[in-house]
Design a protein around this ligand. Structure first.
Ligand code: CP
Length: 308
């Protein structure tokens, strides 16, 4: 269980709500210190990855992080089909079992709240690697770390969160972390059908974070420090016509980049479909592949803090 002076305990990673400024500083300091480390400090420890939804970055960067620290990895990448979930086993029973086989469980699930349910019955730390439309706190940590690394600070920035803000768990988790920094301004850019949900907007208001809600990227782009794009989460729509309306007009292409300030950065949690034109990739302000690489160091820091 990790502790930081003046901070709450970190025994699981379930939500961005768990993090305060001292704990963020501690995670980022460990990520910077561990980025180039390849040693055996977690030798003998086992991480289980239980993924009920597909993943490239989160699962493989956690596995890479564990291997770089000398630990071992077990897991299933399609747990809905290839674990005993298909026989009807509950998530709780699966977690009780995997707790006996591993020292930490990294869980991705399609239901909001699944990670908290797992933590309630687990004997080992649970890391929420994305719970449906709920949260993706380790992504938010690497996103915030990227902003700080690229721009040198977070205070006072204007961040536009774009795309599918209703189902996009990364934007929800990142908004929560950004709200801890003074003078941050947020703009939520999305068609009505996928705008940010009222719980996050209410929290921004309660924390005194100035925010704007709009469906127009054009009105915003000239004034932002961070343009954070997200994919429309097609797999979460039951109504195809609603999905078409959700696609909106927030695509980032070369003409958008011409209006973006020179110092600004474009981020995306990835995977990308068509919401950022590949022609943007060669622009030095396109930070999304550097952002994804930061995932390994952040996850090394979390594994060390939870296990060492
Ligand atoms: N950003 C992210 O969660 O990517 P994956 O779905 O590939 O893990």
């Amino acid at each position: 269980m990790a502790t930081v002076a003046g901070s709450r305990l970190l025994d699981h990673v379930l939500s961005s709500h768990q993090f305060d400024r001292p704990l963020l500083d501690a995670v980022f300091a460990r990520a910077r210190a561990l980025a180039a480390v390849r040693d055996g400090r977690l030798a003998g420890r086992i991480m289980a990855t239980l993924f009920y939804e597909p993943s490239t970055r989160t699962r493989l960067s956690f596995e890479s992080a564990m291997l770089r620290l000398g630990g071992a990895v077990i897991g299933t990448e399609a747990a809905r089909e290839f674990s005993s979930a298909i026989k009807g086993e509950t998530l709780e029973d699966t977690i009780r079992m995997v707790s006996a086989y591993a020292d930490i469980i990294v869980l991705r699930h399609d239901e909001a709240g699944a990670a908290a349910r797992a933590a309630a019955v687990a004997d080992v730390p649970i890391v929420n690697a994305g719970d449906g439309p709920g949260e993706h706190p380790t992504q938010a940590l690497l996103d915030l770390y990227t902003i700080d690394s690229e721009l040198g600070h977070v205070e006072g920035l204007h961040v536009a969160l774009c795309g599918d803000l209703r189902y996009g768990r990364t934007a929800r988790s990142l908004a929560l972390l950004l709200s801890l920094f003074p003078n941050v301004r947020l703009t939520f850019v999305a068609p009505d059908v996928v705008q940010m949900r009222p719980d996050i907007l209410a929290l921004m208001a309660a924390r005194g974070v100035p925010y704007t809600v709009t469906d127009s990227l054009g009105d915003t782009v000239h004034d932002v420090d961070v343009l954070y794009q997200t994919r429309v989460q097609k797999e979460r729509f039951e109504d195809a016509s609603e999905f078409e309306r959700a696609r909106g007009d927030t695509r980032i292409d070369v003409s958008v980049m011409q209006r973006l300030p020179e110092h600004a950065i474009v981020m995306h949690p990835l995977p990308r479909v068509d919401e950022i034109d590949p022609a943007v990739d060669s622009d030095p302000r396109a930070a999304y592949f550097r952002q994804a690489r930061n995932g390994v160091a952040i996850r090394m820091a979390l594994l060390e803090m939870l296990l060492a």
